[in-house]
Write a protein that binds this ligand. Sequence first.
Ligand code: NDP
Length: 483
Amino acid sequence: MSEIYRNFIAGEWATSNNAIDNINPSDISDVIGQYAQASAAQLQETIEVAKQAQKEWQATSLEKRQTVLNKIGEEMMARSAELGELLAREEGKPRAEGVGEVYRAGQFFTYYAAEVLRQIGENADSVRDGVEVDIRREPMGLVGVISPWNFPTATASWKIAPALAYGNAVIWKPANLTPASAWALTEIISRQDIPKGLFSLVMGSGAEIGQNLIEHPEINAISFTGSYQVGKTIARASAENFTKFQLELGSKNALLVMDDADLDIAIPAAAGGAFGGTGQKCTASSRLIVHESIHDQFVERMLDATKAFKVGHALADGTQLGPVASEAQLNANLDYMKLAAEEGCEIAYGGERLSLEHDGFYMSPALLLGGNNQMRVNREEMFAPATCVIKVGSYEEGLATVNDTDYGLTAGIITQSLAKATHFRRHAETGCVMVNLPTAGTDYHVPFGGRKNSSYGSREQGKYAEEFYTQVKTSYIFSGSPF
Ligand code: NDP
């Protein structure tokens, strides 16, 4: 029997009665390991210890906190090849993407290590004579982090790093599909010089331990990335306890390709944005809105680009598109392909399950043509390696189509017109806008988030993360007279 990877409870590795198998989606005969499932009692135990640990951490010197974050980040970057391979093995993205993700995750820690020393408040004179006002930020306390499987290390790191930097304790529930990456990051954190119980790992299903975490009255803040449906559940549970919460949810990102687009920019942006990460990115370009005068040329070249993707085992050399993450996701994707045909799309290429050398959840990248913006495939987040071309007759119609969605995470435009690009930047109803770039691909030192049903609460990443992981205190000081 393979090793059972344990949870990290109250500063100790803890066994559980239940464990799940972690299966490689590139080769379902490959069991990566067994991962313990935390119980409600273990969650309670770790919360009790975390309360004291957080107080100690808040009182720990800034330089020591900075050192801890730097060490975590530097180890992740140094081990990105090894940990990236593990990530690719359990999630299914090509090895290079896995390595890049772990390296980026390390950068979140080193970025927030520097932010530890930039926690600077404000001061003011009171309206009352002789009274000064001090305005500073304090940690929220106990932060629950709930992360998805599509970026199992990066998403968790852009939450955990600022949570620790700003003086909080963290209780992390990762996605059950990708526990190995979570366990590996926890193992690094467990070796740091931090108060016992400051950081906890509670692996288990969302419906059980996740639900226990979001309903727990002693959790002060919850940061979540995942589906819109679960986001709503978290909003309801948080409202009940007045828990601060932040949600990054689904999306239906569009790339608008204008009549003056340089196709040498448009095609890689569209193909990379649509199919990178096997289409399982919250920033994926799942609608390609193309001006009619360039439509046929665009489609011809996009078809070639789609066919050129090499689908394969995540760890095989040359693989550009791995399997999708799970059987459930594959079945949902294939259902969407049926729906696309029923709704009147032409599936110009792909959208089929592939049988390769290893038995895995492989699907060919799908290019849908002849779509309109009212079709369900253009309104619902598919999270599939599939994208749909929608033809429009003008910039105005293109912009209106981009904005005609319940979501609002990213939007992009490909144009050589400064005027159109500027107008688009100012009028796209999304949290992120890309000009002559794919809709996917963001930096770590600037804010990330969306509008409408894509996000709720304050922004993640960069300095903006401070808003979520801290609370403001205003102090009034009367010093009296020295004379
Ligand atoms: P979920 O929203 O179900 O999962 C995200 C995280 O939430 C996981 O850790 C999950 O745990 C946890 N979770 C699930 N239910 C609860 C709950 N009641 N309380 C607390 N935590 C919970 O997404 P899925 O993984 O099921 O993916 C479904 C769809 O969601 C995708 O097809 C995609 O459309 C969208 N999605 C979007 C993401 C994005 O980045 N915008 C990321 C992931 C998904 P566990 O998985 O262990 O059950």
